[in-house]
Design a protein around this ligand. Structure first.
Ligand SMILES: NC(=O)c1ccc[n+]([C@@H]2O[C@H](COP(=O)([O-])OP(=O)(O)OC[C@H]3O[C@@H](n4cnc5c(N)ncnc54)[C@H](O)[C@@H]3O)[C@@H](O)[C@H]2O)c1
Length: 455
């Protein structure tokens, strides 16, 4: 089948490559010329495990092509999949300008039947507006005779395991309003669920809301655990034991019950905000989600305060090693990453930061530079280090902010010898407090009574 994927970011590139991998012909279109040039030159602009192999193979075999020219890609395709960004605007609502600009361009350029599938996360009613936008553009050029259908298929892949998630999804949700669209989507996606039919067809508004509801539920679990963790520290309970106790209840399950330093990334924060905004607009406010969002914002401050109070509020002249810059392991995505909030606060407080991340240094460096924090040489406030041990050299404390597997079993003796003082602030509850004590570390984690009295 012939597919035009519009937007070649984390979702579009993975989706395009995986659809090509099963034999489809895919054009990936993007307005970012440097991204398309990189892809044409064999360079993958994002870090996603396994993606380079699939992209390379399908480019070589001629099933995956990249362009900035929508017209050619559109002409050759039956499916048009929209996977452009929908970032938050200044009020927290989803900024849909890229989605509607794509819809307009599709209506201005298409010359035959297309099934236009929105994959970007969009508020209820957006797919209907995409349909109106395309129709208006067609009528504007007196081509109202050209038929098309719209559908909404939310994406549930997780960065860091995106290829695997796309190839073996828990379910494929298709919001459709015509038999023709439903039939085409079944043909396009049924391969991915062929062992067991996991395709769920529903109305378009229900599919649009399912995506937000899923992310909001996961975010709620995280904020609940984070708030509980704060309470644990006041009461002597241990959040990691509670997680095991709760998670083994089959009605609850163990996923997304990890306390830490708050959720980040390109989806949870913006999707929770967008749903809150939609709820307010509809006159049915989401009071639960308002609290989820407030707890999440507060969690990073809470962690910062934990560090700061350890030094009686005086961070000036301290050196902190930071392990992990991406918002989660196995990705270079730094959108809403806790590190990007904590590093500026440490530096504002007069501290120096020595940071290490296996793949996110470049993106983090760019984002911090935009906030006026340039990574510099040994005298600078921020230094990126070539490995995690180098980051510890002369540090007053280690802040573990992203749970990369590499940080799971480090050489603690070596760490202690490198550091000026053996202190760990573990934002991801990665280590055993007993072990840390045996190695002579002062260990501060999240919601762990076993880590000793918390300030
Ligand atoms: N990243 C995730 O894990 C994830 C998971 C599920 C759903 N989503 C949703 O998928 C959508 C895309 O997310 P992403 O992370 O891939 O975003 P992204 O920022 O990585 O990629 C979006 C791409 O769209 C391109 N673009 C913007 N306007 C365009 C236009 N007019 N024509 C062609 N290309 C255009 C941008 O240049 C960019 O390359 C969002 O709505 C997001 O909420 C993301």
């Amino acid at each position: 089948m012939r597919i035009c994927m519009i937007g070649t970011g984390y979702v579009g590139l993975v989706t395009g490559a995986c659809l090509a991998e099963i034999g489809n012909d895919v054009w990936c279109v993007d307005v970012d010329g440097s991204k398309i040039e990189a892809l044409r030159g064999g360079r993958i602009p994002i870090y996603e495990p396994g993606l380079d192999v699939i992209v390379g193979r399908n480019v070589e075999q001629g099933r995956l092509r990249f362009t900035t020219e929508l017209k050619e890609a559109l002409d050759e395709s039956l499916f048009v999949i929209i996977a452009v960004g929908t970032p938050p605007d200044s009020c927290g609502a989803a900024d849909l300008s890229c989605v509607f600009s794509v819809a307009r361009a599709v209506g201005e350029l298409m010359d035959g039947y297309k099934l236009v599938v929105a994959k970007s996360t969009v508020p209820v009613g957006t797919t209907e507006k995409i349909k109106e936008t395309i129709r208006e553009a067609l009528e504007g050029r007196n081509r109202g005779d050209i038929g098309f259908d719209v559908a909404f298929c939310p994406e549930f892949l997780k960065e860091g395991s995106a290829v695997e998630d796309f190839m073996r999804p828990d379910r494929v949700i298709c919001g459709t309003e015509t038999e023709r669209a439903a039939g085409l989507l079944r043909e396009l996606f049924s391969f991915f669920t062929f062992r067991e039919d996991r395709m769920l067809f529903m109305s378009i508004p229900s599919a649009e809301l399912t995506k937000y509801a899923s992310n909001a539920m996961l975010a709620t679990r995280i904020s609940f655990m984070n708030e509980l963790a704060r309470f644990c520290e006041k009461t002597g309970a241990d959040i990691t034991q509670i997680r095991r106790g709760m998670g083994s209840d089959s009605r609850i399950g163990s996923a997304f019950l990890y306390a830490g330093i708050g959720y980040g990334g390109s989806c949870f924060p913006k999707d929770v905000q967008a749903l809150i905004h939609s709820g307010r607009e509809a006159g049915t406010p989401f009071s639960i989600l308002e609290a989820v969002e407030a707890v999440n914002r507060g969690q990073r401050s809470w962690f910062f305060d934990k560090i700061s109070s350890h030094y009686d509020g005086d961070l000036a002249g301290r050196t902190f090693a930071v392990w992990g810059l991406s918002f989660k392991p196995n990705t270079d995505d730094i959108r809403e990453a806790p590190a990007l909030e904590l590093i500026p606060r440490l530096i504002d407080g007069g501290a120096r930061v020595r940071a290490y991340d296996p793949v996110a240094e470049e993106n983090a460096g760019r984002a911090l530079a935009e906030r006026g924090i340039e990574a510099g040489g040994p005298g600078g406030r921020l230094l990126f280090c070539p490995d995690n041990y180098e980051a510890l050299r002369g540090a007053d404390a280690l802040l573990l902010l992203t749970e990369w597997p590499l940080f799971r079993k480090p050489d603690f003796e070596r760490m202690k010898n490198l550091m000026a003082s053996p202190v760990i602030f573990d934002g991801r509850n990665q280590y055993s407090a007993t072990l840390m004590k045996a190695f002579g570390f002062v260990y501060r984690a999240v919601g762990r009574a076993e880590a000793g009295p918390q300030p």
